[in-house]
Design a protein around this ligand. Structure first.
Ligand code: NDP
Length: 338
């Protein structure tokens, strides 16, 4: 192998790896996916063959023992992220881990702390932070374009494609359910765009319309942010014809973004104020390509990943607070950072 190539090992023969992350790594000059590991050796072999990955490993330890692997991307099911990440960190690899980082906040904190001690980069794959539309919303809020922000609304109700239903709709043990899957992205989007942290949440959820075993397939929650903003999250797996959107309403104006809660580089951001309504210019770029580029740059000491490990912890903490609020029927406070 060419010595200048940074080798990536993928843990998880997953849909997101196949549909987005292989191409995102391959788009980075000097980076290549050199190995794949799965919980099932035959699935890893088939995935490697179908996706032109040179090596299929017989398990995660074999992948982590490979000196050609310097960076690891983890997209196994949610309950496995913790052990896969801790093993990769212990092996001295940089780690880009899928959201939710774990199924418990303490586990996610352990992952971040282990990486800090080991001196490796650890980041969360919250892809929406890389959307030109989301960056534009953040920029407008930060620049004071709408005055003091008062309210935010995220609509991320979709119909879950049959090919990714599986564990998401029937297994709480695997970290399934719409709150940990989509709600965690919504929480991260609010934190990112508003530059504020959630402090309290109320919510109600649905189950059983598409899901089984009591796993949630729809949720509505209201969060109070530490800058006073009230934010609404609507996330679902069961809605076939809704548009996705993100709005922030301030004292002097409103930002209305449509078709932006998506994996596609798409959508529109409109600023409405006393001057009228204008579409804001954005330059769309692949969300995963941008995210991996920022991770690659951070690996060599240039800048920060789009979403840090700590971001993953905070967004998970928020999602778990939403789940707890739905279960208990009471307002749940979110402990401040630290
Ligand atoms: P998949 O269900 O496609 O894959 C998850 C795991 O399921 C795989 O790692 C694989 O295990 C196992 N699996 C896959 N196919 C089969 C099969 N035919 N039979 C049995 N097991 C199978 O999940 P996703 O790709 O949708 O999600 C993976 C992770 O990525 C999750 O943590 C999710 O939250 C996250 N995600 C993030 C997105 C983002 O935009 N940031 C988008 C989508 C998902 P094994 O590896 O052991 O073979």
């Amino acid at each position: 192998m060419n010595e200048t190539v940074t080798g990536w090992g993928f843990i998880g023969a997953s849909t997101v790896a196949r549909e987005h992350m292989l191409a995102a790594v391959r788009a980075q000059p000097g980076h290549a996916v050199v190995a794949i590991a799965s919980g099932d050796a035959a699935r890893a072999r088939a995935f490697a063959e179908e996706n032109a990955i040179p090596r299929a490993c017989d398990g995660v330890p074999a992948l982590l023992a490979d000196p050609a692997v310097q960076a690891v991307y983890i997209s196994s099911t949610n309950e496995q992220h913790r052990d896969h990440a801790l093993a990769a960190i212990a092996a001295g690899k940089h780690v880009l881990c899928e959201k939710p980082l774990a199924t418990a906040v303490e586990d996610a904190r352990r992952m971040v702390e282990a990486a800090r001690r080991a001196g490796v980069l650890f980041a969360t794959n919250h892809h929406l932070r890389n959307a030109a539309t989301h960056r534009k919303v953040r920029e407008l809020v930060e620049a004071g374009a709408i005055g003091r922000p008062l309210f935010a609304r995220i609509f991320h109700a979709i119909y879950l494609r049959p090919q990714v239903q599986g564990w998401r709709i029937d297994s709480a043990a695997a970290g399934g359910g719409v709150i940990l899957d989509i709600g965690v992205h919504a929480a991260d989007t609010l934190r990112f765009a508003l530059g504020a942290e959630p402090v309290e949440v109320v919510g109600m959820s649905q189950a059983g319309f598409l899901s089984k075993n009591g796993v949630e397939d729809g949720v509505m929650a209201v969060l109070r942010m530490d800058n006073g903003v009230l934010a609404q999250i609507h996330a679902a797996y069961t809605v076939r014809h809704a548009e996705t959107g993100f709005e922030v309403h301030g004292e002097q104006g409103s930002i209305v973004a449509r078709d932006v809660m998506t994996v596609r580089p798409a959508g529109e951001v409109v600023l409405r104020d006393a001057e009228g309504a204008r579409v804001m210019p954005v330059e769309h770029e692949g969300l995963y390509v941008t995210g991996v580029r920022r991770f690659c740059e951070a690996m060599v000491g240039r800048g920060q990943p789009a979403a840090s490990g700590e971001d993953g912890v905070r967004s998970l903490q928020t999602a778990l607070a939403i789940a707890e609020a739905c279960r208990s029927g009471t307002a749940v406070r979110i402990a401040p950072r630290g």
